[in-house]
Write a protein that binds this ligand. Structure first.
Ligand code: 8YV
Length: 298
């Protein structure tokens, strides 16, 4: 019985795996479990090449890179690492929001360039009290909303369904949400169900004084439409931690001071990544013990 390492893993997770199991990098009849990340998942071709595969363990909360229906049909169980990264992703979303409205990264570049000696940095936009719309009020969306209540933000959201126990205003479409806010924060899952949800029409509804924050997946936003909206000034700015084709960032964004560009670092702090590695390992361990998972995907 061996475990397939689909892609490079967090060193401490890799070490734990090697300490307990026979780890292989090539498919074979011996493989009963595969460990992967949100970025790579396990393709249908890989599943089909592993006749005895029974578990796929993801390092990361997202698992849109694995076809869960295909896995289920083959009798393969699938886990991810929810909850342990919620706080850090929400922290980064709020950081990005503050950065793009108050223009902190742009101001940092201004100082480094020596421009301060020649005049004042232009005035920015106040954060406290802003109207913020959360697209996707799952665990991470709720954690973002919770943080923003401390900034007296007026919160609304759109999700597939209205959620009974939340104090925020429900909008019945992404465009309706965008039309009523100053900042639209994308916190949905990825995959085909949310692809292109933030369309040109949604960006138009956000309007010339509206900002977009995306810590979810690049696929949720029509990226060419976003680039065009920024160029044309039909939205005011964006803070982006995720892109359609990572690590490739649209070149047109690189020299724009109204855009904060981050290299998909939502969960990238040591404590969070270690907690994700630990949870991924515990999923594998429990599967190897009794065939069940600690955090199976829904
Ligand atoms: C990545 C993420 O997983 O959890 C997710 O869905 O997007 C990130 O935490 C991380 O880069 C590890 O692949």
């Amino acid at each position: 019985m061996s475990v397939l390492r689909v892609c490079p893993l967090l060193p401490s997770l890799d070490e734990a795996l090697r300490g307990h199991y026979k780890i292989v990098d090539e498919p074979s009849d011996e493989v009963v479990a595969a460990v992967t990340t949100s970025k790579y998942g396990v393709s249908n071709e890989q599943m089909d090449a592993l006749p005895n595969l029974r578990a796929i363990v993801h390092f990361g909360v997202g698992y849109e890179t694995t076809d869960v229906d295909h896995a289920r049909a083959r009798g393969i169980v699938v886990s991810n690492t929810p909850d342990v990264l919620t706080d850090s992703v929400a922290d980064l979303a709020v950081g990005g929001l503050i950065d793009v409205l108050r223009r902190m990264s742009a101001a940092d570049r201004f100082v480094r360039r020596g421009d301060w000696a020649h005049g004042q940095f232009p005035l920015a936009v106040k954060v406290t009290g802003r109207r913020v719309g959360i697209l996707g009020l799952g665990r991470i969306g709720r954690a973002i909303a919770h943080r923003l209540t401390a900034f007296d933000c007026v919160l609304s959201y759109h999700s597939r369904h209205q959620i009974p126990d939340v104090p925020y205003t429900y909008a019945d479409s992404p465009a309706a949400l965008a039309a009523g806010v100053d900042v639209l924060v994308v916190a949905t899952s990825g995959g085909s169900a949310t692809a292109g949800l933030v369309s040109a029409a949604v960006l138009a509804a956000l309007g010339p004084s509206g900002y977009l924050v995306n810590i979810a997946r690049g696929s949720v936003v029509d990226e060419p439409a976003l680039v065009e909206a920024l160029r044309a000034g039909t939205i005011a700015g964006a803070a982006l931690d995720v892109f359609a084709d990572e690590p490739n960032v649209p070149p047109a964004l690189l020299d724009r001071d109204d855009v904060v560009l981050l290299p998909h670092i939502g969960s990238a702090d040591t404590e969070t990544r270690e907690a994700m590695g630990d949870l991924a390992f515990r999923n594998l361990q429990q599967f190897m013990t009794d065939g069940t998972l600690v955090t199976p995907v829904a």
